[in-house]
Write a protein that binds this ligand. Sequence first.
Ligand SMILES: Cc1ncc(COP(=O)(O)O)c(C=O)c1O
Length: 283
Amino acid sequence: MTHTLNSRALAEEAERIIPGGVNSATRRIGAPWAWRSAHGATITDLDGRDYIDYHAAFGAILLGHVDERVNAAVTAAIQDIDLVGLGTTELEVEAARLVTESIPSAEVVISTMSGSESVFQAIRLARGVTGRSYIVKFQGCFHGSYDAIARNVISTPETAWGMDPNSAGILPDALEHTLVAEFNDLASVEALFAEHPGEIAAVILEPVPHNVGALLPEQAFLEGLRELTRRTGSVLIFDEVITGFRHALGGYQELCGVTPTSRRSASRWATATPSPVSPDRRS
Ligand SMILES: Cc1ncc(COP(=O)(O)O)c(C=O)c1O
């Protein structure tokens, strides 16, 4: 297929003023290069070619492109208020309330601008409340650009499970407290807990690892993670950046019936009998 017209020209212009010509590395796929419009399931490039969009911006376009209801709601929301650098607003409280009503484990809500920022907040919180350093992630799960978690996503066979940073420029110190386990293999997680008793702050996963092609989790694996983290005083974090609101309104946790750590479950876990493998050392 030749791409000689406007799409290619805009892509070349983009390459001159945007690093790599795209605002997210995963958007750099070559042709088709540049888009003029998007409606429903159809996206149209600058040369007038129509495409059916099965990708939906990595799932972010829940209701199809340029949905009238979404646009009307956004337009209405900015008529009376915009950014006020103090206090809170009715809309923020309403949005937080809707999230707590929709997602089984959500009791309190903080809004962020990106998935990376949410992951960063969750990991910092887990380290803060547990007083522990290590986190466990899974080979193949992607959690964004926060240094501490930016390793072992689409690894080669040689680098899988070894130290495989997502980018140059990340200090080894930032990654060394992140341990890598095998998805759907509870024994690989238990082995890490046995190696680091009382030192693992959190286990984080995409409940369905969409970033490496939508692996389905085994129910026993999810239940095992829930039990292991509860027993050892670790925080279980579900990164539902992709699964949230898509698999179900309440995210994948609504479908599988396994919920990540919440304040309610954390207070239960704080009074639970410490595990002989990994005692909860919080005072
Ligand atoms: C599961 C998951 N977590 C986190 C992120 C990071 O989100 P963001 O690109 O908004 O920082 C992504 C991005 O695709 C993701 O798929």
